[in-house]
Design a protein around this ligand. Sequence first.
Ligand SMILES: [Ca+2]
Length: 189
Amino acid sequence: MRFKEKTITTTKIFSLIIFALLLSGCLVTRTIIIEQAPMVTPRIKIFNASSIDNVTGTVTSVNISSIQGFLDGLTFNITEVVGSPALDLRINFTNVSSFDFVGLRGFFDAGAGHILDILLFRWSTMTWEDFGDITTQETFGVDSEMIFNSSQFINSSLSGGLVMLRILHPDGGNPSHLYSLDFAGLAKL
Ligand SMILES: [Ca+2]
């Protein structure tokens, strides 16, 4: 009997302690909301080249896939010829709706003063527009040109949106000079 009374007393004391703790907020159940990070959607769209054609120059390897992969160990190699122009390379892109950059990764192993022009065909005037130069390099490097209002360089009536890129060595060449192209692409931010 005395044991039962002691048990009841202990239970009451324990209940009072729990009640007091609840009042003080120590045992308030907390709901923790963990916000899930939003899915990150790639913001940059890359257009790979769809065709490549050497109008002038000696090509030692012809494979469009060589310039579709960045840093993949595959390159498109072309050497200059004697005479002017020394090198004329055309790279086409299809199904292009809009773009902001032209990007090239290559290695121009040539002499001082030898320059490759980076041009885009402007459909509204039917002329080639020069956007930059590639000079002799010591190793592979990236050349990128920002293009404002790309619509004038896209022919939406051809191939779903045709863009023609040209790499031109306008002056006299040297057959020992090599342009090794790893990647050519258009980028839409
Ligand atoms: Ca490559």
